[in-house]
Design a protein around this ligand. Structure first.
Ligand code: PBG
Length: 308
């Protein structure tokens, strides 16, 4: 009933400044931050394996971070250069960019912080500008992972106004406030900081894991505002939501199997407590079976090797 192929996958990639850099992320064994030269090598390898879509994230120097993520709009910023690098190396690779403030935020939040709160609407406007900047660099899709309300409308409107009619939006629509994002925050050094007047967690914008109906509501709002692909995140704990949303929308549904899900399997396999390859395949099939049209996964290369 269910099959996996290389084009089911979006490959998340972590990009860092420098040359010749391939740094393993301690909480994500065998996953790396890559400098642009190594990014080029990596996408060529992915393309040969049939993996034809990447989702880019950048690690930003602390010195460049501020409350408004100003560096995110730098036309020569790391993300903008990363998009160009991938497109030069592999013109047909589908390039998706992460749109959110947290890698650029001195507070580690996806939105602007003011008096202990996140400014939703001001942030949505900034995210729209960020989308246009990525589109100018050559992104095929922008992928807002922030969960501000109304940002899909702002992004679609500004992309249209600026002539980027062909740039798609993959919206993180049902993104839960999850403890499974820890290793990703290590990878980008993007965890919320522990300061007075800064929210300690992301629970005012990411969803409560006790909620199910809300996921449909959030997703339908994004569809109405112009999303081309919607997403459920994390994966394994939320497969009921994946099925509900697959049944509710008529656009592709993506699922993000997140860093903590990756780390759990790696840790158990290192101890010899689980069969790595068998568990990876079982979980990936389960995500597809639940209704995923696309799967963002750190195991993409492993799975492609296992199924071919
Ligand atoms: C933040 C963002 C996160 C992830 C993707 N984008 C973490 C967070 O919301 O704090 C997590 C991905 C993963 O854990 O693999 N905009």
């Amino acid at each position: 009933e269910t099959t996996l192929t290389p084009d089911d996958f979006l490959v998340p990639l972590f990009v860092t400044e420098g040359k010749g850099i391939k740094e393993e992320i301690p909480s994500m064994p065998n996953y790396f931050r890559l400098s642009l030269d190594n990014l080029e090598k990596e996408v060529k390898e992915l393309w040969k394996m049939g993996l034809c879509s990447v989702l880019l994230f950048v690690k930003v120097d602390d010195k460049l971070k501020d409350n408004k993520g100003t560096e995110a709009l730098n036309p020569n910023g790391l993300m903008q250069r990363a998009v160009k690098t991938v497109k030069n190396a592999c013109p047909q690779m589908l390039v998706m960019t992460d749109v959110a403030l947290d890698p650029f935020s001195s507070y580690g939040h996806d939105g602007i912080v003011a008096e202990g709160q996140i400014l939703n609407d001001e942030t949505a406007e900034l995210l729209a500008e960020m989308s246009v900047s990525h589109a100018k660099a050559g992104a095929d899709f922008v992928a807002p992972s922030d969960m501000m309300d109304g940002r899909i409308f702002e992004m679609r409107t500004l992309l249209e106004d600026e002539g980027h009619h062909d740039v798609g939006i993959m919206s993180y629509s049902a993104k839960y406030a999850s403890a499974f994002y820890g290793p990703f925050r290590d990878a980008l050094d993007s965890a919320p900081v522990d300061l007075k007047d800064v929210p300690k967690d992301k629970k005012t914008y990411q969803m409560d894991y006790a909620n199910r109906e809300e996921a449909i509501k959030e997703t339908m709002m994004d569809v109405d505002e112009g999303a081309d692909i919607v997403m459920v995140k994390p994966g394994l704990c939320y497969l009921d939501i994946v099925r509900d949303i697959k049944n509710a929308v008529n656009i592709p549904v993506s699922v993000y199997q997140v860093s903590g899900e990756y780390a759990m399997i790696k840790a158990a396999a290192e101890k010899g407590w689980l069969d790595h390859d068998a568990v990876v395949l079982e979980q990936t099939y389960a995500i597809k079976r639940a209704g995923a049209d696309l799967i963002a996964s750190y195991f993409a290369k492993d799975v492609v090797k296992l199924i071919s």
